[in-house]
Design a protein around this ligand. Structure first.
Ligand SMILES: [Zn+2]
Length: 114
């Protein structure tokens, strides 16, 4: 049930539910991703200029496990609204969307003041 789309959805819409430790790990993953695209020289500058720079070299599988664990926790503990298309179940981009990639549109009671 924890597909990549759902992980993306929670990461982009409910980052506020990541606790402090989870946020640190998430940031370090983002830092590693940024670093991996830089030249050696740029890497040096980048890592010297970021306060509390952290970069833990998690393997891809460890990263995936981390996100699965966090997302699962958030879904079970926090108030999240999984906004799926009522016709086909496709996940929308945000909790407020009334249209998904499938092209269907619907009425979303979460959306106020249209
Ligand atoms: Zn649909």
């Amino acid at each position: 049930m924890l597909d990549n789309e759902l992980i993306r959805y929670i990461k982009s819409n409910y980052l506020n539910f990541f606790n402090k430790e989870e946020r640190l790990i998430y940031n370090s993953i983002l830092n590693s991703q940024k670093l991996s695209k830089l030249s050696l020289e740029a890497k040096e500058i980048f890592s010297q200029n970021i306060e509390d720079f952290r970069c833990n070299n998690l393997q891809k599988e460890e990263e995936n496990l981390f996100f699965e664990k966090v997302i699962f926790r958030i879904i079970s503990e926090e108030k999240v609204y999984i906004n799926r298309c009522p016709y086909c179940g496709t996940l929308a981009r945000t909790p407020y969307a009334e249209r998904a990639k499938c092209g269907h549109s619907w009425y979303n009671p979460n959306v106020k003041d249209k």
